[in-house]
Design a protein around this ligand. Structure first.
Ligand SMILES: [Zn+2]
Length: 107
């Protein structure tokens, strides 16, 4: 038996679903991954209001909404077939590829 370790490995441009917290159920595209902190930034998810100063003449200034990072363990990769899934790895032609644990497809 192969030992399976749960790995939360998402990368930029992956489609993920939020599985816990206040943004539970939302999904979006990964904008940024901070491996050191174990956090991800997901497009349109976990928006927070932020005050910005007017820098240029045509800047609006005031309050804008920006994405705030989520802990990587709170998101799951979305498989096109199965929805949010756990991922694993396998070797294909000596190359490590990421697979959906449910259907076995490369994701
Ligand atoms: Zn799948």
């Amino acid at each position: 038996m192969e030992k399976t370790k749960t790995v939360f490995r998402v990368k930029k441009d992956d489609e993920v679903r939020v599985m816990a917290g206040r943004e539970k159920g939302k999904s979006g595209r990964v904008l940024k991954v901070d491996h050191a902190k174990g956090r991800v930034l997901v497009e349109g998810v976990n928006m927070v209001k932020k005050a910005v100063k007017k820098k240029k003449q045509n800047d609006r200034g005031g309050i804008i909404e920006v994405e705030s990072s989520l802990h990587i363990s709170n998101v799951k990769l979305v498989c096109k077939k199965c929805g949010p899934v756990r991922t694993g790895y396998k070797f294909e032609n000596d190359k490590k590829v990421r697979i959906c644990k449910k259907c076995g497809e490369v994701v």
